[in-house]
Design a protein around this ligand. Structure first.
Ligand code: GLA
Length: 699
C-alpha cells in the first residue's frame, strides 16, 4: 500500500467517528499536501518527446512561457543542468540548487518530467584555478584551459572528489523528487589526459593485468625493436602508432578509467536516489574513444546523441548505431540528444528537409528508442553554439520546425499506449567489438578500410532481408539467434573463440567476415592462420590476404560481382567444405580461388567471407544467409527505401514504417492491422517521401 493509500484509510477511519477530530483535521492537511504533490507529478506516456533546457541561461520570468510552448509541442521531458556547475556551486562548497528545484517544479506544472545532468563536463573557473591538476593534459603535453568544456582530467583524484561532492549534493536534493525521473552522468565522455599521474595509473593497470614484466614482454613480443621493459615505469603511453599490445592496453585502460570516473558519481547518486530514477550517460553512436560495453555495465539505461551533421539521414548507418546502443544494455534506449534540423559543427550545416526530422524521430522509435530529445530548446544568446538548430528562436518564438515537433507530439499521444511495453526482438545478430575496430584502425593496410563501413556492408542488406538485427558484443549469449554475423572480428580472445564454437556446435549459423579471428586478446597474431581457433571447425582457412587497388571480380552462388579494398584467398581443407564464391582473374594469386566457403559443423554451420562484396552481391549473400539459417522476416519484402521496424509486446506487434525513398511507396501488410495514427483497419499503407505509418496487430 502506498503512503497516500495508507493515509486515506486512516483518515477515513477518523471521519466515520462522526466528528472532525484533531486527527482528522491533520489528516486533511497532510492528505491535501500529498494529493497536491501527487497531482503535480506528471503522468508521462511510455514514449517521450524531450528537449535540452538550460534554465540557468534565462530569467525565471521567462521559464513559464518556455514550458508552455514545450507543453504545447507535446514535450514531456527536459534534461537540465549538465553544464551548470558554476551556477550550482559558485564558490567552493557553496551550493545553490534552489533555482534548479524551482525549474523542476515549474516543468512539472506543465506535465514535464526532468532528467538531471551532473555538471562535471564543465568545471567552474574557480575550481581549475585553485586545483590546476584537475585540468587535463593534451597529448602534446600542454594543459587545457578554462573557456571551453571537457577541460578536466578524468583520472585526477581531486577532480573526482569535487565532482562526486557536486553529484552528491544533487542526489540529496533531487534523489526523491518525484518529478525527476533519471540522471545523466557528465556529458559525452571523450577527452583523456596524458599527464604523468595518469601514466602512472596506466602502469599500475598493466601491473594488475600482466602480473609480471616477463609476461607483458612475452605477450607484446617486445623483443621486437628492443622494446623490452625492465621496469613498469618505462612503459609509455602510445596512441595511434606503436606496439599493438600497448595500444590496445591503453584503450582498455581508458575504458576502465571512464568506468571508474562514472562510478565515482554513480555511487553517490545510487546511495541517495530512489531506485526508480535511472542512471545513464549520453554516448555517441559509432564513437570509439572507449569501450562502451565496459562503461555501460553500471548504467540502468543506454542513451546516445544522434546527430546527422552534414547531409541527410542515412537510415542504415544511423539505424545500426541505434541497434548498437540498444545492445549496450540489451533493451530499449533513449535518444538523449538529436538535431532540431541543423547543427553548427559540421563542414556544411545544412538543414534536414521538411518532414525529415519527423521521419527520423519515428526511425529512432522503430529501432527501440523510448525517448527522443531535441538539442536544444533555445540557443544561449552568447556562447559557442549560437548557430545550432533550436526549437524556438533567440526572440523566444517558435522556429519553422516547431509545428513538425507539435505533429510528432500529437502522433506520440496516439501511438504511446500501443508502443508501451514493446521492444525489438531479432533473430539475427551482428557482432561488434571495440578491440577489433581499434586493431583495424591502427593497421588498416588499405587506407580505404573503414571497420564501421565493413560492418555496415553486412548490416544494410541483412537488415533489409531480416527486417530486424541486433548488434551485440562477441561475448554475448548468442543462443537466441539463428544467424550471427561477425564482420571484421579481428581480435578474438580464446573465450570469444569458444563462445563462437559453442554457438555453431549447438546449431547456430556463424558467418565470419573478412579479417576475422586474426588476433588474440593482446592484439598479437594467432599462431594459426585465420580464423585461428575456428579454422578447424571451418575446415578451411585464409591462406593470404591482399589489399586491393582495383576491385576483383567474384562469381558463384550469389551471382557475379566484385570485391574491393580487400580480398582473402581461402582454402577448403576438408572434403565437406562448400565453395560458394570464387575470385575471377586478378593478380594471379586469387584467380579462381575460393572467396566464400561454408561448412555444416556440429548442429550448425560456419561460413567465411574473405571478400569485401559489392552491395548487390552482398544482398544475395544476405538472402542466402537468412534462408539457410531459417530466419523469418516479419513482412514479405518491402519496397526499396522503406524501413520496416517491428517492436513486440506481450499482446501483439507494432510496426513502424518510414519511407526514405523520394517517391511514394505502398507496402502490403501481411494481415489486416490497425493504423495507429489514422485509426482505421488497413491491409496496406502508402507512404509519401518521409512518410510514416504505425500499424499494429494489437486489438
Ligand atoms: C553534443 C553535446 C551538446 C551540444 C551538441 C551540439 O551532443 O552533448 O551539448 O554541444 O553536441 O550538436
Amino acid at each position: 500500500m502506498t503512503r497516500i493509500q495508507n493515509s486515506v484509510v486512516s483518515c477515513r477511519w477518523s471521519f466515520v467517528r462522526g466528528r472532525v477530530s484533531r486527527l482528522a483535521f491533520l489528516c486533511m492537511l497532510a492528505l491535501g499536501g500529498w494529493l497536491t504533490q501527487a497531482q503535480t507529478v506528471p503522468q508521462v506516456p511510455a514514449i517521450l518527446l524531450g528537449t535540452a533546457w538550460y534554465p540557468e541561461q534565462w530569467p525565471v520570468s521567462r521559464w513559464d512561457t518556455d514550458l508552455t510552448l514545450m507543453q504545447q509541442a507535446g514535450i514531456h521531458m527536459v534534461r537540465v543542468g549538465e553544464f551548470a556547475w558554476s551556477r550550482m556551486e559558485p564558490s567552493e562548497g557553496q551550493y545553490d540548487l534552489d533555482w534548479l528545484e524551482r525549474a523542476v517544479t515549474a516543468a512539472a506544472k506543465h506535465g514535464i518530467v526532468t532528467v538531471i545532468g551532473t555538471p562535471s563536463a564543465a568545471p567552474p573557473a574557480w575550481l581549475t584555478q585553485k586545483y590546476p591538476e584537475t585540468l587535463r593534459t593534451k597529448e602534446d603535453g600542454r594543459k587545457e584551459q578554462h573557456g571551453n568544456r571537457q577541460q578536466f582530467n578524468f583520472a585526477n583524484p581531486k577532480y573526482r572528489e569535487l565532482s562526486r561532492a557536486m553529484a552528491e549534493q544533487l542526489a540529496k536534493r533531487f534523489g526523491h523528487n518525484p518529478n525527476v525521473v533519471g540522471w545523466q552522468i557528465d556529458n559525452e565522455y571523450a577527452e583523456v589526459s596524458f599527464d604523468p599521474d595518469t601514466k602512472a595509473q596506466f602502469q599500475q593497470w598493466l601491473m594488475n593485468r600482466y602480473g609480471t614484466l616477463d609476461n607483458l614482454n612475452t605477450r607484446w613480443t617486445t623483443a621486437y625493436w628492443s622494446e623490452t621493459y625492465f621496469d613498469w615505469n618505462q612503459v609509455p603511453i602510445q596512441v595511434g602508432y606503436g606496439n599493438p599490445g600497448l595500444l590496445l592496453s591503453w584503450m582498455r585502460f581508458v575504458s576502465d578509467t571512464w568506468r571508474s570516473y562514472q562510478k565515482n558519481q554513480l555511487e553517490v547518486i545510487r546511495a541517495n536516489a530512489d531506485p526508480k530514477q535511472f542512471i545513464t550517460t549520453n554516448m555517441m553512436g559509432w564513437f570509439n574513444g572507449y569501450d562502451h560495453y565496459t562503461v555501460s555495465q553500471d548504467l540502468d539505461l543506454a542513451s546516445w546523441d544522434d546527430y546527422v551533421g552534414k547531409g541527410h539521414l542515412d537510415p542504415v548507418r544511423n539505424g545500426a548505431a541505434h541497434d548498437l546502443t540498444r545492445g549496450f544494455k540489451g533493451k530499449n534506449f533513449w535518444v538523449m540528444e538529436t538535431q532540431p534540423g541543423g547543427v553548427n559543427w559540421a563542414s556544411i550545416n545544412n538543414w534536414l528537409d521538411k518532414g525529415e526530422v519527423r521521419a527520423m524521430a519515428w526511425h529512432d522509435i522503430g529501432h527501440g528508442a523510448d525517448m527522443v530529445s531535441y538539442w536544444q530548446w533555445r540557443s544561449a544568446l552568447n556562447g559557442q553554439e549560437q548557430y545550432h538548430g533550436t526549437l524556438i528562436g533567440p526572440d523566444g518564438t517558435p522556429d519553422p520546425l516547431y509545428p513538425e515537433i507539435v505533429q510528432i507530439g500529437q502522433e506520440l499521444a496516439k501511438a504511446s499506449p500501443v508502443l508501451a511495453g514493446t521492444s525489438v526482438k531479432s533473430e539475427v545478430a551482428i557482432l561488434h567489438s571495440y578491440d577489433s575496430r581499434w586493431a583495424i584502425e591502427w593497421q588498416k593496410h588499405n587506407k580505404n578500410y573503414d571497420p564501421v563501413d565493413e560492418i555496415l556492408s553486412y548490416y544494410g542488406p541483412l537488415r533489409k532481408t531480416a527486417q530486424s538485427v541486433d548488434v551485440v558484443p562477441p561475448t554475448a549469449d548468442l543462443t537466441k539467434y539463428k544467424l550471427v554475423v561477425a564482420p571484421g572480428l579481428n581480435v578474438a580472445s580464446e573465450p570469444i573463440a569458444q563462445n563462437l564454437i559453442r554457438y555453431v556446435k549447438n546449431g547456430g549459423h556463424l558467418v565470419l567476415g573478412q579479417r576475422s579471428v586474426m588476433k588474440d586478446d593482446d592484439n598479437g597474431l594467432w599462431p594459426q592462420r585465420q580464423p585461428g581457433p575456428l579454422a578447424d571447425l571451418l575446415g578451411g582457412r585464409v591462406e593470404q590476404y591482399y589489399a586491393l587497388v582495383d576491385p576483383v571480380a567474384v562469381d558463384g552462388k550469389w551471382g557475379a560481382g566484385e570485391s574491393s579494398v580487400w580480398a582473402e584467398l581461402l582454402s577448403a581443407r576438408k572434403s565437406d567444405v562448400e565453395v560458394l564464391m570464387r575470385y575471377g582473374k586478378s593478380n594471379g594469386w586469387l584467380d579462381g580461388q575460393p572467396a566464400v566457403i561454408t561448412r555444416k559443423a556440429g548442429k550448425g554451420r560456419i561460413t567465411y567471407i574473405g571478400a569485401w562484396l559489392d552491395a548487390k552481391t552482398m544482398a544475395n549473400g544476405a538472402t542466402w544467409m537468412t534462408e539457410v539459417s531459417g530466419v523469418k522476416p516479419a513482412f514479405g519484402p518491402v519496397p526499396d527505401g522503406v524501413e520496416l521496424n517491428p517492436r513486440y509486446g506481450g499482446d501483439g506487434a507494432v510496426y513502424v514504417l518510414v519511407n526514405f525513398a523520394t517517391t511514394p511507396q505502398t507496402v502490403k501488410l501481411p494481415a489486416t492491422m490497425g493504423d495507429v495514427l489514422n485509426g482505421a483497419a488497413v491491409q496496406s499503407v502508402t507512404l509519401a517521401h518521409y512518410g510514416v505509418a504505425v500499424v499494429t496487430t494489437k486489438k
